[in-house]
Structure formats: structure tokens, C-alpha cells
Design a protein around this ligand. Structure first.
Ligand code: ATP
Ligand code: MG
Length: 421
């Protein structure tokens, strides 16, 4: 025993990259001989009882424990169980003497990796410990790699989220500019009109004053619109859900009509609004629905260069939609089905034109952001993408049906609500 004592629990100062072995045995002779056998290959910790063993496992990174199954006080099986509770990856070898197979089986069930009979056969013991150390380092490597993979994965996730947020922010800025463009065009047209009217005039007669006042009223409406649009998008950026106001559909139709009547895209086109026979509320922000309908109406006007007819109509539906009657195909598409609140009552709002229709090769692309068949001055390709998004956020569905030479109809289905008192 070359003067080995238990004055220090740590057999030799820790060196890097050596496995750590814990010997738990209440027999001093066994502890000392195990320490002698392994001290040159591993850091060896020794514990005379279960409580000390548990303490050592808590304080050190133990790789393999050799635990005597039969000990006074805390039994070897209990020590095994508690070691595995602290660190399930520690390999535990049981030392057995005259144990029943039941005890050994119990130890193996508790995930002891092997058992060795006393008195030890040193080569068997060495090979069992070295096998356990190897398994343990492989486990640690796998564990570290899995950890690294998790870390990489979460870094990738946050990078993806950041880039998605940047993209969303970009989309939102583009949407603000797109939506504000309409009201600004109206304001700019009216400013020109007023300018022409008062140019070279020192004073205004009653009629001139009335003219200016009337245009100023419309311009004020448009400025309010611009402010609401930017407020809406800014609240998206701040991730606040859009406030829903239960506004009557017919009231929104009439607001829209005011806007369209002065919109340059009206040209010489015919524009008809068919209100609901009985007004009803919709669960969508009022500016959002106007924006949806304005985008659809402007598209309808722009569908053909020659004068044509655009009609907006609405209806309350007392039954949910039978979705199977809609078929995605060359002339028809239904969008937002997954998020659609298909519960009656619903409101149907349609924008129909008798333009040339949408060609079958174009139809699948029209809702993609930045897809346009118009020249750069007329279209950015964002209109329908915004429409789809706003309708989706309100739990609505969007349908388009088109026929070459006959025209196109876009229909928005939204959950209806009682009118606000
Ligand atoms: N009523 C319609 N009739 C025929 N084609 C249409 C109609 N509505 C949309 N489209 C087609 O769908 C495309 C995409 O429309 P969208 O509103 O997204 O963009 P845009 O009108 O081209 O540009 P923006 O609305 O951004 O100014 C249009 O370029 C056009 O080809
Ligand atoms: Mg458009």
C-alpha cells in the first residue's frame, strides 16, 4: 500500500483531460486498493459512505463511480439512485459480493452500467472502468455537440426573426407610402384647382369662397385619412393589434364614394354603389375597410383604358360559407381560408368591373407583393397584397372570380357585428 492514506480525499492534484473516478466503499482496504490501481490513469476521489459520495458528486465533475453494493448506512443501490438523480450521465459500476440476482437486477434497472464481483480481477476491473470512461466521454461529446447545435439553432432562429422583422418593417413602410399616395393625389389635385381659381385674384366672391371651402373640406378629410393610415401602420410596427371599431358598412360605403368621386382614376368610368338593404357593422377598422375597397376599386378602374363600369355592393349572409363550392383554379381563387372566421352572420362586399378580366397565367401571382402588370407610374404591385393582409387580420376571406372579356369580381367576406349604438 506504499503509504497510501485517506488524509486527502483527492488522490492526486487534478490534471486536465483525465477522467474522474469516484470510489464508494465502506471497507477501507477496498478503497485504498482501488485508489492504487487507478491513481495513475484517473483523478480518484474516495468516499467511505453514501453521504460523502453524494457531496463529492455535487462538488466535482465525476465521470465514473465504482460503488459497493453492500454498505452500512446508505446502501449501494440508494447511492446509485441518488448519483443518477444528480447527474444521469455518470457511469456507475457496482461492486458485488454475495448479492442476490434480484439486487443486481435492481441496480441495472437503476441504470448501473455494469457489476464486478469481489474479490476483483484487476484486468477485468480496469477494462470495465476504461469502457465506462470512454462511454462517458462519448456521451459528454454528444451532449456538448447537442448543446452547440441547440445554441446554433437558436442563434439562427433569432437571426431569421430579425430578418423577418426587418422585411416586415420594410413592407410596412412601403405600404404606408402606397396607401398615402391615394389621398395625397386627391389633395394635390384640389390644391391645383384652388390655385387656378384664386390665381391673380385679390378678393373672392361668395361663389369662389364656397368653392374653396368645399375643396378644403375634402382636403381635410384626406389629410385625416393620411394621418389614420400612418397611425395604423405605426401601430403595426409597435405590434399593437389594430383597434376594431364597429362601423356600419353603409357609412363606410358613403365615405368611400366621397373618396372615389374625386379620385383621378375615376376618369370617365361609371361608378355605382349598391348599399346593404339593412346596414350592419363589421369587425374591422373603418380605415382598413376603406383602404381595402379603395385598392380594389382603383384596380377595377385601371383594368381597362376605355370607360367601363365599376360596381360596389354589399349583402348580409345568414349562413356560413360552404367552402367546398369555391374552387381555386384558372378563373377563381379563395384566400385566407385558414384564418377565416366562417360563422354567420357574415357580410359580403364585392367590387365588380366589366373590364377585360385577369389572364389565367396572371391570376396566381396577383397577391404577391410587388407583382404588377402596370407601368411604374401606375402600379407598385402592393395593392392586393395589402388587401389580403388587412382582410386576414380581420378574420375575413377574400375571393376573386374573373372571366376573359366579361370582367372581374373581388369579394370580401367579413364577420358581421351588430351596429354600434
Ligand atoms: N380588376 C382587375 N382587373 C384586371 N386585372 C387586375 C384587377 N385587379 C388586379 N389586377 C391585376 O393584378 C395585379 C396586381 O394588383 P395590385 O393592386 O396588387 O397591384 P397594382 O394595381 O399593379 O399596383 P398598386 O396597387 O400597388 O398601385 C395588377 O397589376 C393587375 O394585373
Ligand atoms: Mg392596385
Amino acid at each position: 500500500m506504499t503509504g497510501e492514506t485517506e488524509s486527502t480525499i483527492l488522490a492526486s492534484p487534478p490534471r486536465l483531460n483525465r477522467g474522474t473516478l469516484l470510489v464508494v466503499d465502506d471497507e477501507e482496504g477496498a478503497r485504498l486498493s482501488l485508489r492504487v490501481i487507478f491513481k495513475d490513469d484517473y483523478e480518484v476521489l474516495v468516499a467511505p459512505d453514501g453521504a460523502t459520495a453524494i457531496e463529492l458528486v455535487q462538488q466535482h465533475k465525476v465521470d465514473v463511480a465504482i460503488v459497493d453494493i453492500r454498505m452500512h448506512g446508505m446502501s449501494g443501490v440508494e447511492v446509485l439512485e441518488r448519483i443518477k438523480f444528480i447527474d444521469p450521465t455518470i457511469e456507475v459500476l457496482m461492486i458485488t459480493a454475495f448479492e442476490t440476482t434480484d439486487t443486481i437486477r435492481q441496480a441495472l434497472r437503476l441504470r448501473a452500467c455494469d457489476y464486478i464481483n469481489k474479490p476483483f480481477d484487476i484486468p477485468t476491473l480496469r477494462s470495465a472502468v476504461s469502457g465506462a470512461i470512454q462511454r462517458r466521454s462519448l456521451d459528454t461529446e454528444i451532449f456538448n455537440n447537442v448543446e452547440k447545435l441547440h445554441q446554433l439553432y437558436s442563434e439562427l432562429q433569432s437571426l431569421r426573426m430579425e430578418s423577418q422583422m426587418a422585411q416586415t418593417r420594410g413592407d410596412i413602410y412601403a405600404s404606408i407610402i402606397h396607401d398615402i399616395n391615394g389621398p395625397l393625389t386627391v389633395i394635390s389635385g384640389f390644391l391645383q384647382l384652388i390655385n387656378q381659381r384664386i390665381h391673380n385674384q385679390e378678393t373672392l366672391d361668395a361663389e369662389g369662397l364656397g368653392f374653396v371651402k368645399d375643396r378644403l373640406r375634402t382636403m381635410t378629410r384626406q389629410v385625416t385619412n393620411c394621418i389614420e393610415i400612418s397611425r395604423r401602420y405605426l401601430s403595426f410596427l409597435r405590434r399593437q393589434p389594430g383597434e376594431f371599431s364597429r362601423i356600419g358598412v353603409n357609412q363606410l360605403f358613403s365615405d368611400l364614394e366621397h373618396l372615389v368621386r374625386v379620385h383621378p382614376s375615376l376618369h370617365g368610368n361609371e361608378f355605382v354603389v349598391q348599399p346593404l338593404t339593412q346596414d350592419v357593422g363589421v369587425n374591422i377598422n373603418g380605415t382598413d375597410l376603406i383602404q381595402v375597397l379603395l385598392n380594389l376599386t382603383v384596380n377595377a378602374f385601371q383594368a381597362a383604358p376605355m370607360p367601363h363600369r365599376v360596381e360596389i355592393s354589399g349583402e348580409t349572409l345568414t349562413e356560413p360559407l360552404v367552402l367546398t363550392t369555391f374552387k381555386d383554379g384558372l378563373t377563381e381563387r379563395l384566400l385566407n381560408v385558414e384564418s377565416f372566421h366562417n360563422f354567420a352572420p357574415l357580410v359580403r362586399v364585392s367590387v365588380r368591373d366589366n373590364g377585360p378580366g385577369i389572364p389565367p397565367e396572371v391570376l396566381p401571382k396577383i397577391f404577391q407583393p410587388y407583382f404588377t402588370t402596370k407601368d411604374a407610374r401606375q402600379g407598385t404591385g402592393l395593392g392586393l397584397n395589402i388587401v389580403q393582409r388587412l382582410v386576414r387580420e380581420a378574420g375575413g376571406a377574400l375571393h376573386v372570380r374573373t372571366e376573359a372579356g366579361v370582367g372581374t369580381e373581388f369579394t370580401v367576406f367579413l364577420p358581421a357585428t351588430p351596429l354600434a349604438k
